[in-house]
Design a protein around this ligand. Structure first.
Ligand SMILES: *Cc1c(COP(=O)(O)O)cnc(C)c1O
Length: 429
């Protein structure tokens, strides 16, 4: 069936989408054009409702169109969109971020997670007067040149480990280590220790699917960077305000030097932020010489929405509730897979999870790549037919929001039971 609207889109937008993974390339078929978001649901242009686990790829911790966030944004628009001048609200917002995130003493707002990560690396290079960067295979830090080296997320789904257009000279400054493998990090430091400015890591990986740091990995990174005079950057664009109000650094009790934020922070509007130790952030212009700027950064609309979000996450018991619901979903999915005889590994923490179609375990990029993408594609389309919208890639996180009630989860589990049976039938388990 040809999707006429989407065909029109492909004529004027590369691949018909404004971010590659939205295009369904790794699961087949055409994407569905969505028209509304309401709580746990997305509603398409033909008024079909889907239970949504993409949640705009992270921002909607509290569900789509949360009334308090919409109200705060709408009220602000009465005063204007952006002034290009300092405001009281952005100062309040920064104070909230500093209060909530344990190691952030000073913070700068930008417009995306990509900007946050590339700016944090620039500051780290200036602070250490070194050029090289260590990242992990399968981790994603946005689409800046220096990160598109064996990157995860869309790049992984499309099977292009790095992108044309990234000069070899820039790629040469990025060193890849294996997630959860301190020996691979130690090897890089042994060879390049005096040139390494920073290690950047997703403290829980979310862009090769959900992969948890194993015991000693994050503390190992903290120790080895300290020993070699390099900085540790936590990319908490997903984990920030998701693992708890203080993100992964609070959850695991590890102190990075710099932190990147985004997604949840903006309440669904474009945002990123980077911050950390005051002595390092003092290098950022105009306090210091490291140039970084943004015409649209910290505008009143996104700041109002973000302030409303940070207030709402203070609700007592919110994170316990999100975790309990995620556990309920994971148990139901595991039972459905077992009943159909389909081998899966379900990684989860707080309100993020991934069902990997492999017997597992999944501790790194190579493990994740062992999952059967054909089985995932069958599962994805069976879920869609059952009214559940999953991320259209085997290597993404599913996000559970506060709007995913027990009734919504039970409907999901019922659809998954059938979808796992469809996988078993189609792929001969
Ligand atoms: C989404 C993401 C980014 C990039 O954020 P954008 O707002 O899409 O530029 C960076 N790091 C991580 C860990 C992410 O998940």
């Amino acid at each position: 069936m040809v999707n006429v609207e989407f065909e029109r889109g492909k004529k004027v937008i590369p691949g018909g989408v404004n971010s590659p993974v939205r295009a369904f390339r790794s699961v087949g078929g055409d994407p569905i054009l969505m028209a509304r978001g309401e709580g746990a649901h997305l509603i398409d242009v033909h008024a079909n409702a889907y239970i949504d686990y993409v949640m705009a790829w992270g921002p909607h911790l509290l569900g789509h169109s949360h009334p308090e966030i919409v109200k705060a944004a709408a009220a602000t628009l009465e005063r204007g969109q952006i002034f290009g001048a300092a405001t009281v609200d952005e100062i309040e917002f920064a104070k909230e971020i500093v209060r909530l995130v344990p190691t952030i003493e000073k913070v700068r707002l930008v417009n995306s997670g990509t900007e946050a990560a590339m700016s944090a690396v620039r500051v780290a290079r200036a602070f250490t007067k070194r050029a090289k960067l260590v990242k992990f295979s399968g981790c994603y830090h946005g689409h800046a040149d220096g990160f598109l080296i064996d990157a995860g997320s869309g790049a992984l789904s499309l099977g292009v480990p790095s992108s044309p257009g990234v000069p070899a000279e820039i790629a040469a400054l990025t060193l890849n280590a294996e997630y959860n493998d301190m020996a691979s990090v130690a090897e890089l430091f042994a060879a390049h220790g005096r040139d390494i400015a920073a290690v950047i890591v997703e403290p829980v990986a979310g862009n090769m699917g959900c992969v948890l740091p194993q015991g000693g990995f994050l503390s190992g990174l903290r120790d080895i960077t300290r020993q070699h005079g390099a900085l540790l950057i936590f990319d908490e664009v997903i984990t920030g305000f998701r693992l708890g109000p203080g993100g992964a650094q609070q959850y695991f009790g590890i102190k990075p030097d710099l932190t990147c934020l985004g997604k949840i922070l903006g309440g669904g509007f474009p945002i990123g932020a980077y911050g950390g130790r005051a002595d390092i952030m003092a290098l950022v212009a105009p306090e210091g010489p490291v140039y970084q700027a943004g015409t649209l950064a910290g505008g009143c609309l996104v700041v109002a929405a973000g302030l409303a979000m940070l207030k709402l996450i203070g609700e007592p018991g919110l994170y316990e509730k999100l975790e309990a619901r995620t556990n309920r979903l994971v148990e139901g999915l595991a039972e459905g897979a077992a009943a159909a005889g389909v081998p899966v590994t379900i990684n989860h923490i707080a309100s993020m999870l991934t069902v990997f179609f492999t017997a597992g375990p999944v501790f790194n990029h190579a493990d994740a790549r062992r999952c059967d993408v054909r089985r995932f594609a069958t599962f994805f389309h069976a879920m869609l037919a059952g009214g559940v919208y999953l991320p259209p890639s085997a290597f993404e996180c599913w996000f559970v929001s506060a709007a995913h009630t027990d009734a919504v989860l039970d409907r999901t589990i019922a659809a998954a039971g059938e979808a796992f049976r469809a996988v078993a039938e189609a792929h001969g388990d």
